[in-house]
Design a protein around this ligand. Sequence first.
Ligand code: DAK
Length: 258
Amino acid sequence: MPFVKYEPKGDIAYLVIDRPEALNALNAQVLADLDAALDAVDLDLIRCLIVRGAGEKSFVAGADIAQMKDLDPAGGEAFGKQGNDVFLKLESFPIPVIAAVGGYALGGGCELAMACDFRICSDTAVFGQPEVGLGITPGFGGTQRLARIVGPGMAKQMIYTARNIKADEALRIGLVNAVYPTGELYAAAEKLASTIAANAPIAVRACKKAINEGAALAIADAVVCEEKAFGSCFQTGDQQEGMGAFLEKRKHEPFTNH
Ligand code: DAK
């Protein structure tokens, strides 16, 4: 059985990291299964993904320490590349991806959540980059994405101290967008995903691409990304319907992704 389950639900779908006996820790097989699960997503049907962990206790408690312990430098580099490749694939996935973090999101788990478009969490969630306490650096993009999300000062403090933070602090520093009582997290994630799915899919995808590609550029170049995104929506059925409905003062028909 794969360690990552693809669970479609109408026009949204879950990717469930399912290795609860190790708090969903990421070993090479979990990463390979995540890669395969992304390949299995039906992009004609699914408009938003939710990544979550199996069980109540953990989103993902990190990269698998037992598997990493005896790696040599080449093995460490290969493991880092495997994780980075699949996280980059997730980050640039054509449709939005929400991380729904219930419980621990440590090390590679925090990094997985940060490769998603945004994060929401339960009030029991715990985030952290504990790597320097294990004698290593974050290896799946933590030094880069955390600084971009919460700013270099806060990222450096979290990474250098290896101190975990709870949901309220994650909210305060902007690592998550919202905190929900345990038991309400996945319903909230589905509601958010469905709201996104109801909007024009070509436009939503174009927004994601423009935001991601523009983030690394100077503003003069970044706005060109937006111009391309904007242009790509015209003469689509959804643009014609969305604008037509506004002008005719009626509710638009469901968007068709064409
Ligand atoms: N790896 C492997 N097994 C893990 C694990 C992990 N990260 N986290 C938990 N487990 C396993 C435990 O070993 C235990 O297994 P059994 O003993 O039952 O066989 C089971 O999950 C339940 O865990 P606990 O018994 O410890 O549960 P507790 O409730 O007592 O504690 C905890 C929960 C999350 C506080 C604790 O498990 C914990 O501290 N876990 C480790 C958290 C952590 O340090 N995570 C960061 C891992 S380092 C790189 C590539 C990647 C990375 C770095 C570099 N390069 C290639 C450069 C990434 C690094 C990391 O993510």
